[in-house]
Design a binder for this molecule. Structure first.
Ligand SMILES: *Cc1c(COP(=O)(O)O)cnc(C)c1O
Length: 414
């Protein structure tokens, strides 16, 4: 085996394959193209269309300057940097219209890195009461005991951003839209403006919408976080998290992965592979969920349908302004309460009972028994989560088969 080193290797490679187009010159590409080509890296060794995966924990120190210039940069240790992570990071940054993105080993890895890096004792964090359970727990169990003040925005206060701040300063505003599991749409532009007026940074968890349907940075947010475990990876087979935003902020968010949660090379490779079909998948998720939501609205056994834009009067114009597609989540309330839900779940064949969401396969869950089990009955009812409440993550199967499955199960629930 011949091993080429230093300048020689570089020249050979440059002669064989074209240098990649710098990301800045590719602005203006559309999302369906970005997902296929974003983060393309040249393989100087073999010209492989799909670059090799760097399964390495460490890198050889360059012995000579010439050896270093043959590399695209000086990699030292994989917790801090790994080339396989950089491709999907660049792709995601392009999709979110961010300067930079960084990938973490889970959504919570990314979320805790943001919170712990940007918030100090004595700061106030303003957050939606309807945040993802893990984020709530991070704020309540880790930040609050360390002297961080928390102020909650209840489901009835979503239309009053100015009142939530009312002259009081805050360090961070933490939002999610659409919300889980009632799929309310939050006015990201208005909330961002109100937060900025008191000097707060705005973080939006864009997991449910994905950048194909909603780009919070364009609506005024400062940072976007993701559980890439869901739609971005899309196949329910890996854990991953992401943060996207301006370099000046990204540089402050656990820059050396001291909290220990970088995305590993295998998951980074799988994520990059999955992102190539994100536009196709989201188009189908959007379409299937709309079909399912519309069908559910016609069913006499269904008391209420929760869907981005439909949950409350007044949500629709906001959803139309802020989102392109409405993503693949639909919740509904089945008449007949807990017993009906039990019969419904038992009869389903395609929809699998499981938490999580965003995979190609359809899933169903009962939030009152899983993600929202810590809420009191009163808190649940205030959100519209009654005993018949069920949440669907609508997959990319043939919609006719999904409707057949739901129809059979609803009949069995009566
Ligand atoms: C799942 C989820 C998270 C947490 O992500 P993990 O990858 O499970 O750590 C955060 N926010 C939202 C909205 C989620 O759905």
């Amino acid at each position: 085996m011949t091993v080429r080193r230093g300048r020689n290797r570089d020249r050979t490679a440059a002669g064989r394959s074209d240098r990649p187009v710098a990301p800045s010159s590719r602005r203006g590409l559309r999302p369906a193209t970005i997902v296929v080509h974003g983060g393309d890296r040249p393989d100087y060794n073999a010209g492989a269309v799909v670059p090799p995966v760097y399964f390495t924990s460490t890198y050889r120190y360059p012995r000579r300057y010439s050896e270093l210039v043959g590399r695209s940069k000086a990699y030292l240790y994989s917790r801090e940097e790994n080339p396989t992570r950089e491709g999907p990071e660049q792709l995601l940054a392009e999709l979110e219209h961010a300067e930079r993105a960084r990938l973490f080993s889970s959504g919570m890895g990314a979320i805790s890195a943001v919170a712990l890096s940007l918030v100090e004792p004595g700061d106030e964090v303003v957050a939606l009461e309807d945040l993802y359970g893990g984020t709530l727990e991070l704020l309540r169990s880790y930040l609050a005991p360390r002297g961080v003040g928390l102020r909650w925005i209840g489901p009835d206060e979503l239309a009053e951003p100015d009142r939530a701040f009312a002259g009081r300063s805050a360090r961070l505003l933490w939002l999610e839209s659409p919300t889980n599991p009632t799929l309310r749409v939050i006015d990201l532009r208005r909330w961002s403006r109100a937060a900025h007026a008191v000097g707060a940074l705005v973080v939006v968890d864009n997991t449910f919408a994905t950048p194909l349907n909603q780009r919070p940075l364009e609506l005024g947010a400062d940072l976007v976080v993701h559980s890439g475990t869901k739609y971005l990876a899309g196949h329910s087979d890996l854990l991953c998290g992401a943060v996207a935003g301006p370099t000046r902020l990204l540089d402050r968010i656990d820059p050396h992965f001291t909290l220990g949660a970088p995305l590993d090379p295998m998951s980074a490779f799988l994520l990059h592979r999955s992102l190539k079909t994100l536009a196709l998948r989201m188009a189908r998720h959007n379409e299937n969920a709309r079909t399912v939501a519309g069908w559910l609205r016609e069913q006499p056994a269904v008391a209420r349908v929760f869907y981005p834009g439909w949950t409350e009067p007044g949500d629709e114009p906001l959803a139309a302004r802020q989102m392109s597609g409405r993503s693949g989540m639909v919740s509904f309330s089945l008449r007949g309460g807990r017993d009906a839900v039990r019969r419904f779940l038992k009869r389903l064949e395609l929809f699998q009972v499981a938490s999580s969401l965003g995979g190609v396969e359809s899933l169903v869950s009962v939030p009152a028994e899983t993600s929202h089990r810590r809420l009191s009955r009163e808190e649940l009812l205030r959100r519209g989560i009654d005993d018949g409440f069920v949440r669907l993550s609508v997959g990319i199967e043939d919609p006719a088969d999904l409707l057949d499955d739901l129809s059979n199960a609803i009949r069995a629930a009566r």
